[in-house]
Design a binder for this molecule. Sequence first.
Ligand SMILES: [Cu+2]
Length: 185
Amino acid sequence: MALAKIAVIFLMMITSLFGVSMALAAVYDVGDTVGWTIMGGVDYRKWADHKDFHVGDTLVFKYSNQYHNVKQVSQKDFLSCNATSPIATYATGSDSITLKSTGHYYFLCGFPGHCEAGQKFQILVTPTSLRRMPITVLSPSPSPSDDETTSTITFTSTAPPLYSSNFLFAFKLFAFCLVLIGFSF
Ligand SMILES: [Cu+2]
């Protein structure tokens, strides 16, 4: 009986973890629905400030390439709005840029005056493994007379914050199942 329960629990764990693993990398539309422009009143600094960027995530720039482009530049060029020596230039009007390594990324529009008008932002890309979520689980007590002990597990996850609740749910489920096993023995 107990073995069957354990088998079911492991199957559930694997299923829930697999379900989350399919959504590992996040895709960010720069400027959200407004896109990459100087006309929509988007504060790109603010837009970037509220997000955690990790290796594997993708930035999507959508814009009219008659009026804008995307240039990845150095910090120095970012600060001075110098678009003449970019690290990379994108100009299709729908550019997906996958963040392949950690560190600072600086983006600006190379059209005259646009960077100065605020069409620029910087991000810090951190390793995927830095997503750590402390989760407290109740460990099953061997007998009712013992005090219930709590232990903290630091779980390293590769999911974006959006999916944290899934992990939390999976672990609550797991903790609940552990308690069930404890009672069945
Ligand atoms: Cu522009």
